[in-house]
Design a protein around this ligand. Structure first.
Ligand SMILES: [Fe+2]
Ligand SMILES: [Fe+2]
Length: 203
């Protein structure tokens, strides 16, 4: 007989799994990206010593962090090359859309807020709200770094992987300005330990 906390967690995980299953019906790429990002988040969070309960919530949040992309046309999500300012404005709406969906579920923890902040940066240059520094939950700062690394190092629908080294150079470049240096350091450690596989070529 599971205790009430683990039983409750299982129900929330099943809700998340159902959302992913619906998203997968129309988008063959994004749920896989979310899953790989979630795996990296867990490794970084474990390295940083977060309690198990917070890691489990972060894992679920990462699994649906781009659920709002269900509203963005696939032609834009999969578009090769540069996108226009107008297209970028549309693309950015996926964060608020995702937050609005997840908020409806009423998780008794900050899952929706973690998703809401996954494109915010320490220096306030992120979106949708320009939240800064410590006002961004640590879980979101982990998700942001993992998201960048996964996005660059994996094959995307419109291009092959740019390689893990390019991904790591990018988070090093943004460390301390946009990205939390402790999280970047933890990510570099996790990758160096061989805890992450790049799905594409090593450029
Ligand atoms: Fe996103
Ligand atoms: Fe993402």
């Amino acid at each position: 007989m599971p205790d009430s906390n683990s039983h409750q967690h299982q129900i929330y995980q099943e809700i998340v799994d159902a959302l992913i299953a619906v998203h997968r019906l129309t988008d063959g790429y994004t749920p896989g990206h979310e899953d790989r990002t979630a795996t990296l988040c867990v490794k970084i969070a474990e390295h940083l010593g977060l309690p198990r309960e917070r890691i489990d919530i972060l894992h679920m949040a990462a699994q649906v962090h781009d659920i709002g992309k269900a509203k963005i046309p696939l032609a834009l999500l999969n578009k090769p090359g540069r996108i226009t300012d107008e297209e970028y404005t549309l693309l950015k709406t996926h964060v608020q859309i995702g937050y609005d969906i997840l908020k409806k579920i009423g998780f008794p923890f900050n899952l929706a807020e973690i998703v809401w902040c996954h494109h915010e940066y320490l220096d306030g240059s992120g979106y949708p709200r320009g939240v800064m520094a410590e006002s961004i939950p640590l879980e979101s700062r982990i998700l942001t770094v993992s998201d960048i690394v996964e996005s660059i190092s994996a094959d995307r629908p419109y291009r092959k992987s740019l390689g893990m080294e390019v991904a790591l150079d990018e988070i090093r470049r943004q460390s301390g300005t946009r990205l939390d240096p402790l999280v970047v350091e933890a990510c570099l450690h996790v990758v160096a330990e061989g805890g992450v596989e790049s799905s594409g070529a090593t450029a």
